[in-house]
Design a protein around this ligand. Sequence first.
Ligand code: ADP
Length: 185
Amino acid sequence: MPRLILMGPPGSGKGTQGEILADSWQVPKIAPGDIFRSEIKQGTELGLKVKSFSDSGRLVPDEVVIEVIAARLKQPDTQVGWILDGFPRTVAQAEALDVLLAELNQPYDSVINLDVSEQFLIDRLKARAIDQGRADDTEEVIKNRLEEYNAKTRPLLEFYGENVTQVDGTPSMPEVTETIRKFFA
Ligand code: ADP
């Protein structure tokens, strides 16, 4: 019953790894970014609320994200485990998650951080912009996302301290998947 918090800067490949592992373990991957993109596409009230943040590469306000994730983790399909991809991204979110997981009696098993250099990220994000045409992969927005990461998300590494397992995110996707898998063998 894996309960994994997958962390890493934008472009570190955590979305892809999360997807592969969730498929293989048959657990839901819970990613605020995916939820927001879907809500924006459907034009819901939540979508309208988060669009300007996500389009500009800024983090959506904590209370909005926390509410969405709390509701998601209370759904019955999460009983078999889960992978959190892109949550928490701030210390306030991590604190809220601790409270929530204690309430649900579902402690996390591990926190994995995909470690990659800033230049590697920029190159990968630019390549993805060309491949997938994501609205938040333009140069200005990439800059904002990295700024947000450095200011608000990087401090989480200290928050989780020795509970964080560092995984080098620069090898090929399958190699990174294998490295993560080993921690759950
Ligand atoms: P990436 O990891 O490539 O930056 P995501 O799909 O995880 O992309 O997120 C896309 C956007 O959704 C972010 O730029 C941000 O605006 C919003 N978002 C996602 N997760 C969070 C979060 N935990 N807190 C605040 N905003 C978030």
